[in-house]
Write a protein that binds this ligand. Structure first.
Ligand code: NI
Length: 157
């Protein structure tokens, strides 16, 4: 039972931090500032949307097929497409919010055994859903920390 509820909870926490980091920022200069790794804040927000959309599809594939082989994508190239470089972050923030509402509802509806289902990643091998959820909870917190840290370093309170 613990396992069943723990993963979605961790996942939500990462996202709350992500939004919190954004709301307190000064908008235009902050969106263009560079995060660790070289992306702007804007690109990082769009990257989280791109990344979690892929993850959500993989999650559903693993629930409805047996060990499906999933398709990696070039996340660096995705971050250089025009909408990711220049598009308003509000579109991705609302997308992330809606996507996570569905993802958390889905994860909360599953029996414990479902979290042992997995997909096959061509490079990482078999990835179970519980490990996958924990990884994306971390991923949200990871990028939120980049944004929060940048805000503090630049004195943008
Ligand atoms: Ni990332």
């Amino acid at each position: 039972m613990l396992k069943r509820f723990k993963a979605p909870l961790q996942f939500c926490t990462g996202i709350v931090h992500f939004f919190e980091a954004f709301r307190k920022a000064k908008y235009s200069s902050f969106m263009a500032a560079s995060c660790p790794g070289g992306w702007t804040v804007r690109q990082v927000v769009h990257h989280v949307a791109d990344s979690h959309m892929n993850a959500y599809v993989r999650f559903r594939l693993a629930l409805t097929e047996d060990d499906p082989l999933i398709k990696p994508y070039n996340q660096a190239a995705w971050a250089e497409l025009a909408d990711a470089r220049t598009g308003p972050v509000e579109t991705s923030l609302s997308l992330i919010d809606s996507l996570h509402a569905r993802w958390v509802a889905l994860a909360g509806s599953l029996p414990d055994a479902a979290f042992s289902r997995a997909f096959l990643h061509p490079e990482r091998g078999r990835v179970p859903l519980d490990a996958n959820l924990a990884m994306y909870a971390w991923h949200g917190r990871h990028h939120a920390a980049h944004i929060t840290g940048l805000r503090e370093r630049m004195g943008w309170k």
